[in-house]
Design a protein around this ligand. Structure first.
Ligand SMILES: Cc1cc2nc3c(=O)[nH]c(=O)nc-3n(C[C@H](O)[C@H](O)[C@H](O)COP(=O)(O)OP(=O)(O)OC[C@H]3O[C@@H](n4cnc5c(N)ncnc54)[C@H](O)[C@@H]3O)c2cc1C
Length: 452
């Protein structure tokens, strides 16, 4: 059997996958198109280049899901996290790094590894045979994206994300909101009550439109084209087209009766839809936006029922190549139609340096297990790694799948801990304690398997 693992893309995910696989004894070839072929965001030919911010976000592994992901990657000897800590800059509770020395260090470590070689070339077609991981990221080159699209269908590969804000269900005031699908459509009770509705009076709607128009927005970066305009306009752009546009679009009040006040017809209704199988997260339907994060919080908290909303993620629209992982990948991150190919990193529909590197770490380990004929226990969904991979390969709604950051809403709820804002500190500590124990057990199990 060919024991070479080929990885396309030497970014966050590809670098981490290569490191994990090479340390486990596999020969690895990283195929990286830079510096021969450039992207609009990368500046160097380094592996593991950070394209924008120099932060890996919170390093708090007790109270923050991304900090927990850092911790889990450190436990698994992750190259990206260990190198980040080596080049750390003062940034309060965040893990910020000196970006060029960081990427130079990642590159040097990979090139010095006796099991790794780097081939500087663009891969333009899907490989027919051998073991491959595609980790080409949000700026996957055009030729490869076309090849992926030919294999998976046009709908299954997106070139822009259109992220609506996601709210923790427990932070929504259900004394104001109610569950109902428009015109009570659906065969089952669950379908007839699939949407969570927040009503607005005329005065509330007018104030909301004013706030949308006034809010600070982010601009597209140079090189990003605004191709999102077909079909997923930011809500503030819809509002700019006319004050009533939203009331005839995502906020139309028709087919809905306020369960708390059936006699009064709402002037507008904001709808939220379940975002994960656990039912802990709800996205605000049609509310993709380019508003700045601070502005989003202020504006969305004006929605009745969301005054105390806590956001698992805020909205955005970016140039971003990603596949519909829930339909295309199996739980081992393999392309169902071509199981010799795994996907990893941002192209799988996770978002951010840390999440992308994390999915590279898992894909690398999964490839090792398969190529050496060992079984790998499923990653527990109580860990940050497991919660994320479970979400993209099945937990997320496939029809509305959009990139996801790691957050506690992806974790199975814990019995016996306080819900709500007051219990948050204790609850997050309980989540991270459980995750750490389960991650260590999984890593131990993996090592036992390897020793057999
Ligand atoms: C403009 C922009 C700004 C961003 N800002 C942030 C931020 O501030 N913070 C954050 O956490 N995340 C940010 N992201 C997301 C970030 O890029 C990803 O989270 C992370 O880099 C993804 O890691 P990855 O390994 O999946 O992809 P990348 O790190 O992009 O690595 C993919 C690699 O594949 C190579 N490649 C592409 N196609 C081919 C091919 N056909 N053949 C060979 N090689 C190929 C690329 O050159 C690249 O090196 C940003 C993304 C963009 C586009």
């Amino acid at each position: 059997m060919d024991k070479t693992l080929n990885i396309i893309g030497g970014g966050m995910a590809g670098s981490e996958a290569a490191w994990q696989a090479a340390n486990a004894g596999l020969k690895v070839v990283i195929h990286e198109m830079r510096p021969k072929v450039e992207t609009f965001a990368h500046r160097t030919g380094n592996l593991g280049e950070m394209v924008c911010s120099n932060s890996f976000r919170s390093d708090d592994h007790e109270q923050n899901a991304v900090g927990l992901l850092h911790w889990e990657m450190m436990q698994a000897d992750g190259l990206i996290m260990h190198t980040a800590h080596k080049h750390r800059l003062p940034a309060g509770g965040a893990l910020a790094v000196d970006r060029d020395p960081f990427a130079e260090s990642v590159t040097a470590a990979l090139k010095a590894h006796s099991n790794i070689s780097v081939s500087y070339e663009e891969i333009t077609a899907l490989p027919e045979s051998g073991n491959w991981i595609i980790a080409t990221g949000p700026l996957t080159s055009g030729a490869l994206a076309e090849a992926i699209q030919a294999e998976t269908s046009a709908e299954a590969l997106a070139f822009f994300d259109a992220i609506a804000p996601i709210v923790y269900h427990e932070s929504i005031n259900m004394d104001v909101a109610w569950m109902q699908s428009r015109y009570d459509k659906g065969e089952t009770e669950a379908e007839r009550t699939a949407y969570l509705n927040c009503p607005m009076t005329k005065a509330q709607y007018e104030a909301f439109i004013d706030a949308l128009l006034d809010a600070e927005k982010t601009e597209f970066k140079e090189g990003e084209t605004a191709g999102y305009f077909d079909g997923c306009l930011p809500i503030e752009v819809m509002a700019e087209r006319g004050r009533e546009t939203l009331r005839f679009g995502p906020m139309k009040p028709v087919g809905l009766t306020n369960a708390h006040d059936p006699q009064n017809k709402p002037y507008a209704v904001v709808q939220l839809r379940r975002d994960n199988a656990l039912g802990t997260l709800y996205n605000i339907v049609g509310f993709q936006t380019k508003m700045k994060y601070g502005a989003q919080k202020a504006v969305f908290k004006m929605i009745p029922g969301l005054e105390d909303a806590e956001f698992a993620r805020l909205g955005g629209i970016h140039r971003n190549t990603f596949i519909n992982s829930p339909t295309l990948l199996d739980d081992q991150m393999r392309l169902r139609s071509r199981p010799n190919i795994r996907f990893a990193g941002q192209i799988t529909g996770v978002e951010g340096y840390v999440e992308s590197a994390a999915m590279g770490l898992l894909a690398g380990r999964m490839a090792v297990a398969e190529m050496t004929g060992r079984s790998l226990a499923p990653v527990p969904n109580t860990t940050a790694m497991g919660a994320l991979v479970t979400h993209i390969t099945g937990g997320a709604e496939a029809k509305t799948f959009q990139p996801m950051n790691v957050n506690f809403g992806l974790f199975p709820p814990l019995d016996g801990v306080k819900s709500g804002r007051r219990g948050r500190k204790e609850r997050y500590k309980a989540y991270t304690d459980r995750a750490k124990a389960d991650w260590q057990a999984w890593l131990g199990q993996t090592m036992l398997d390897a020793a057999e």
